[in-house]
Ligand binder design. Structure first.
Ligand SMILES: [Zn+2]
Length: 65
């Protein structure tokens, strides 16, 4: 299983294009803390979507609720 394969079937509203466009969506795990200890607890999943039209990227933090 890989998290690097973008899902290109998603259509979302793009602020730059001001319309719904196709987006490539990836989930990235980013380490927020600079501490080496407890690092496995500080990785937060981010949803990164890239507009197929203008290639602008929007990043949204995914909180586990
Ligand atoms: Zn766009």
């Amino acid at each position: 299983m890989t998290t690097t394969t973008p899902n290109t079937d998603v259509r979302e509203f793009c602020d730059v294009c001001d319309k719904k466009t196709a987006h490539a969506v990836q989930i990235e795990l980013r380490v927020e803390s600079t501490k080496t200890e407890n690092q496995e607890f500080s990785r937060e999943p981010y949803r990164v979507s890239t507009c197929a039209d203008c290639e602008s990227t929007s990043t949204m933090r995914m909180n586990h609720v």
